[in-house]
Design a protein around this ligand. Structure first.
Ligand code: FE2
Length: 313
């Protein structure tokens, strides 16, 4: 088995209130502390099958233009998700399975681009706006019982499991691939940066807070008891851990490298983009109402996050 990162954005950042503030409140944390951000999903080549864990942002998603108030910036494009996939030497037709951790646009963006793939996803996620108009889903109801300390799981094939991990979204799932005595955990935004796992903090993005707490407790327990390579989507630590086959050690954190924040890019289109789900607010589609004029309690029509999660595009 070989696991590869499909890297498509780099040099982003996540401010501490965003990545730590879910339970205690964003105002308890320092917005000047910014952790490194990136975007990558993953590919598992078993020798017989090419399996994707999530499928990036949709082609054409505009880059964000962060400013001093931004608490999240997903980064600059390296290339599109499909270009990053092709650069690994595969063709879309070769992909037989996609394991979808959750609905958000930076995980589900190119689901439609793999004609021979069955898409495995928690059945509770299927009603999401992001997943409409796609017909090759295999709804997963987790009938295979416990996977270690996680009560509900589904075996996808030998050594590869979809594990129910609700909270970040209602149908959130982890993927675990077992290889050479290690447990590779594709962690599905249970944390956005590894510091949140070390510090035992939830991000401000959740559909169900008590479920997110239960899931994070179980992930930390699992990591303590099994040699786990922890692979995030939103931090370069995800592929750094993979490349080093680094076993997560909660008592000995990898020292933090803080983000170098570049706010020099100021030119924007008047559109705004939701950093959580990829929704684009275009004033032309809203009778010319500028994003800045929307009420402070306005919410993303797709993922229901607040205005603070939007950046200029
Ligand atoms: Fe997410």
């Amino acid at each position: 088995m070989e696991i590869k990162a499909v890297k498509f954005r780099k040099d982003g950042f996540y401010a501490q209130p965003f990545v730590f503030g879910g339970e205690e409140g964003a105002d308890k944390f320092d917005s000047k502390v910014k952790y490194r951000g990136s975007l990558q999903n993953y590919l598992i080549d078993t020798g017989d099958d090419v399996i994707l864990v999530d499928t990036g942002l949709p082609a054409g998603t505009p880059e964000e233009v962060p400013d001093e108030n931004s608490i999240i910036y997903t980064g600059k494009d390296i290339c599109s998700y499909m270009e990053a996939f092709a650069a690994l030497g595969y063709k879309p037709e070769q992909v037989t399975k996609i394991l979808l951790t959750h609905k958000h646009g930076d995980h589900s963006g190119e689901l439609k681009s793999f004609p021979n793939a069955k898409i495995y996803v928690n059945e509770e996620e299927l009603s999401a706006d992001e997943l409409q108009g796609i017909d090759n889903f295999v709804p997963v109801s987790f009938t295979d019982g416990a996977y270690y300390n996680f009560p509900e799981s589904q075996k996808i094939q030998d050594g590869i499991y979809l594990v129910k991990a609700k909270g970040h979204t209602n149908g959130n799932s982890l993927v675990i691939a077992e290889n050479d005595g290690l447990f590779y955990m594709f962690e599905a935004d249970i944390t956005y940066v590894d510091e949140a796992l070390y510090e035992n903090k939830l991000s401000v993005v959740f559909d169900n807070l008590p479920a997110a707490r239960d899931t994070l407790d179980r992930v930390r327990e699992f990591v303590r008891n099994h040699p786990t390579v922890y692979m995030g989507t939103h931090t370069p630590q995800g592929y750094e851990n993979l490349e080093a086959k680094r076993v997560m050690d909660l008592d000995n954190p990898v020292p933090t490298v803080f983000a170098e924040v570049d706010l020099s890019q100021t030119e924007s289109s008047g559109k705004y983009v939701c950093s959580i789900c990829g929704y684009i607010y275009d004033p032309d589609e809203h009778e010319g109402v500028a994003f800045e004029e929307l009420p402070e309690d306005w919410k993303c029509p797709r993922c229901k996050q607040g205005k603070d999660k939007f950046n200029k595009a």
